[in-house]
Design a protein around this ligand. Structure first.
Ligand SMILES: [Cu+2]
Length: 149
């Protein structure tokens, strides 16, 4: 998966570079801003946490450039010593205009699940991710805000 992504990224970079030579600057700018991105978000009873260990909050939102194809991978990250390690999460992402996608169930035996979409594809300005299940810490899993910038 990762090496395929790298290859695709390399091809896109090569195409963008070719485009930069052959096409006007404006075309290159559009190509450059639509390179796909992958984001990992840890999920636990403590909430949604970024890959550096910082919690997502109303102030610390996920910002994604308009038109960018994005894959958000949610990673089951319960502490092995916590009761919550036996928990199951299932994450939904919903846009301000009602579009919605759901992950598979996340638990100790299925630790990663992804949702892919294009940021702001149909004019959406923001999204919210939340856990759909009654889990330990569910009150902390309501507010991953994704802003289209
Ligand atoms: Cu949950």
């Amino acid at each position: 998966m990762k090496s395929t992504t790298t290859k695709i990224a390399t091809i896109i970079t090569a195409l963008a570079f070719t485009g930069m030579i052959a096409a006007p600057a404006a075309t290159y700018a559009v190509t450059a801003t639509t390179a796909p991105i992958e984001i990992k978000v840890r999920v636990s009873e403590k909430g949604f946490i970024d890959d550096k260990g910082k919690p997502y909050t109303a102030k610390n939102t996920l910002k994604i450039p308009q038109g960018t194809p994005v894959t958000i991978t949610f990673v089951f990250s319960e502490d092995m010593t916590s009761l919550a390690v036996g928990d199951t999460h299932q994450i939904a992402i919903q846009s301000n205009d009602g579009w919605k996608a759901e992950t598979d169930k996340l638990w100790i035996m299925n630790r990663q699940a992804s949702i892919a979409f294009r940021a702001g594809e149909n004019g959406q300005t923001h999204y919210r991710a939340y856990c759909m299940l009654d889990c330990i810490g569910m009150e902390h899993l309501t507010n991953l805000f994704i802003e289209v910038v």
